[in-house]
Design a protein around this ligand. Structure first.
Ligand SMILES: Cc1cc2nc3c(=O)[nH]c(=O)nc-3n(C[C@H](O)[C@H](O)[C@H](O)COP(=O)(O)OP(=O)(O)OC[C@H]3O[C@@H](n4cnc5c(N)ncnc54)[C@H](O)[C@@H]3O)c2cc1C
Length: 499
């Protein structure tokens, strides 16, 4: 019998499973799909049509890579890409975190003053991201009751913030609730530069660059990417999960794929195992779920077994996916420059793209992020709301594909004639195929009122639930969202502490 069952083989579930196996526990991971990796998978849509289906790139936190010795288990190399903002007049704005001469010359073509400020901005963003990283690894108390033992890590975090120096400390605190526009206005005069950074801020979030709190999501995305552009993973992002699975097996852990969990079994408000959709019961004294909190608590546990106010809080988690993907198999003559290409020419353009989502419509002029891997071109599309008003995704798919291809082709003229096949993923597909409630890729929006001691909900940021021995470890809990594995690391530590 396993000591611990982990529901879901996303990166966070696999990271948690590895830490627990390393601590000597017998761990069994159960994944509903036929392959591990969750949202970070490389899949084939047909001959020659292999893609990183959701993510263009990413990296696990360096401490996780080191703790779990993942290099020894085949963790692929990853390299930082520039972010290249494509403008309608053919100009390209290149942004990198290392402020190389090409980057500075590119920014200088938009504004000499902005080029001069760029290295300082990068230093500030790196400091802000470092602080956020420290906050994500600090166990959060169950406010309002802070025990002394919980207060000490918080005090250390406060020292870390203080260590940024008076100027940057205040800048970080001020920047968190700001809009991306307000934040970038303080640094840059060029609308093109502000818009490109605003696009990083709203990536994956149902926010516009003028929304309050986009300063925080900018820091979050900068932290997870390590700069403005993605980190491209050699041979595909699926290599991250493959390394985690290899490490887990080497530590004696087990993974069962095509094993959807239908229910968490409980006895007197205490987890005692799970029931698979096949009807098989698997018992274990501890269950950890890497699925999103709403699915875990309301579908797998069920409202009747939970306190009414907790059910209400779970129902109230803001999950509002508005991301779609359109993958194109081309003949190879797409002529894309390499990098994370974005269509986000002005702040107003990105804000208008977001406006559509507010009214339940697909953006007619979307913010796009375009990446190429050989002949396959992948388009990340915002905004395409999960909840359409007056339309269904079954008909809207064709609209999405047309807008994505037309918008990308306006910026990249050789793209359209090179297309041979199209495969799109709507927010509804993200829910049905990838198990993301409302297509929300972070298992809960990245909003200030859903972060740190309020993630997934106020009072429940310790990875515990009202069901004893049922813990949460996915992107929707403290340390998440995103691809970093931090939530899984934190949850494993909570389980081992027994708190
Ligand atoms: C288009 C897109 C772009 C993104 N871009 C970025 C980015 O640039 N940077 C970034 O940091 N993050 C990005 N993300 C978000 C990031 O991918 C996720 O936050 C992260 O991968 C979540 O990992 P996870 O392990 O917590 O959850 P998931 O990857 O969602 O894994 C959960 C796993 O649980 C399984 N599961 C669910 N229910 C059950 C059940 N009942 N029984 C068994 N198994 C179950 C699922 O199949 C899945 O494998 C992006 C996501 C998408 C979709």
């Amino acid at each position: 019998m396993a000591d611990i069952i982990v529901i879901g083989a996303g990166l966070n579930g696999l990271v948690a499973a590895n830490y627990l196996a390393k601590a000597g526990k017998h761990v069994l991971v159960l994944e509903r799909r036929a392959l591990a990796g969750g949202q970070a998978v490389t899949e084939s849509f047909g001959a020659g049509f292999q893609a990183d289906v959701l993510h263009a790139g990413g990296q696990l936190r360096p401490d996780i890579v080191a703790d779990l010795d993942l290099a020894r288990h085949g963790l692929p190399e990853s390299t930082s890409e520039p972010l290249i903002s494509l403008h309608p007049d053919g100009r390209q704005l290149r942004l990198t975190a290392d402020s190389d001469s090409e980057t500075l010359a590119s920014i200088g073509a938009f504004s000499k003053r902005d080029a001069e400020r760029w290295p300082d901005f990068v230093a500030f963003m790196n400091a802000a991201a470092g602080f956020l990283d420290a906050a994500y690894r600090t166990p959060m108390p169950r406010l309002p009751h802070v025990k002394l033992a919980e207060g000490l890590p918080l005090a250390r975090l406060a020292m870390k913030l203080r260590g940024l120096g008076a100027r940057d400390m205040f800048r970080v605190i001020r920047a968190l609730p700001m809009s991306a526009l307000e934040l970038t206005e303080e640094w840059f005069e060029s609308d093109g530069v502000r818009a490109a950074i605003g696009a990083v801020a709203v990536h994956g979030a149902t926010l516009g660059p003028m929304s309050a709190g986009a300063g925080f999501s900018l820091m979050h995305n900068w932290l997870n990417r390590g700069g403005p552009g993605h980190r491209r993973v050699e041979n595909g992002i699926g290599g991250l999960a493959n390394a985690l699975v290899a490490a887990l097996k080497a530590r004696g852990g087990q993974l069962r794929v095509s094993a959807p969990v239908e229910a968490v079994l409980t006895d007197d408000q205490c987890a005692r195992g799970v029931r698979l959709a096949s009807g098989e019961d698997i018992l274990a004294p501890i269950v950890i779920s890497g699925a999103d909190p709403r699915h875990t608590l309301l579908d797998l546990v069920g409202a009747p077994d939970l306190p009414p106010e907790f059910v209400w809080a779970t129902q109230s988690i803001k999950m509002r996916g508005s991301v779609a993907k359109v993958h194109l198999l081309t003949d190879g003559a797409h002529a894309l420059p390499s990098g994370t290409l974005v269509v986000a020419p002005t702040v107003r353009y990105v804000e208008r793209a977001y406006d559509a989502a507010k009214y339940g419509r697909t953006s007619l002029e979307p913010y796009l992020e375009i990446t190429a891997n050989g002949p396959v071109v992948s388009i990340h599309f915002q905004f395409a709301p999960y909840a359409l008003r007056g339309a269904e995704w079954s008909q809207e798919r064709a609209v999405l594909e047309r807008i994505a291809i037309d918008t990308a082709s306006n910026a990249l003229p050789q793209l359209k004639s090179s297309i041979r096949e199209i495969k799109s993923l709507t927010p509804l597909d993200l829910e049905k195929t990838y198990g993301l409630t409302e297509g929300d890729l972070n298992h809960g929006q990245l909003l200030l009122d859903q972060m740190l001691f309020m993630r997934p909900m106020p009072g429940w940021s310790t990875h515990k639930t009202p069901i004893d021995n049922l813990y949460l470890c996915g992107a929707g809990v403290h340390g998440g969202g995103g691809i970093s594995g931090a939530a899984g690391r934190n949850a494993a530590a909570a389980v081992l502490r027994g708190k």
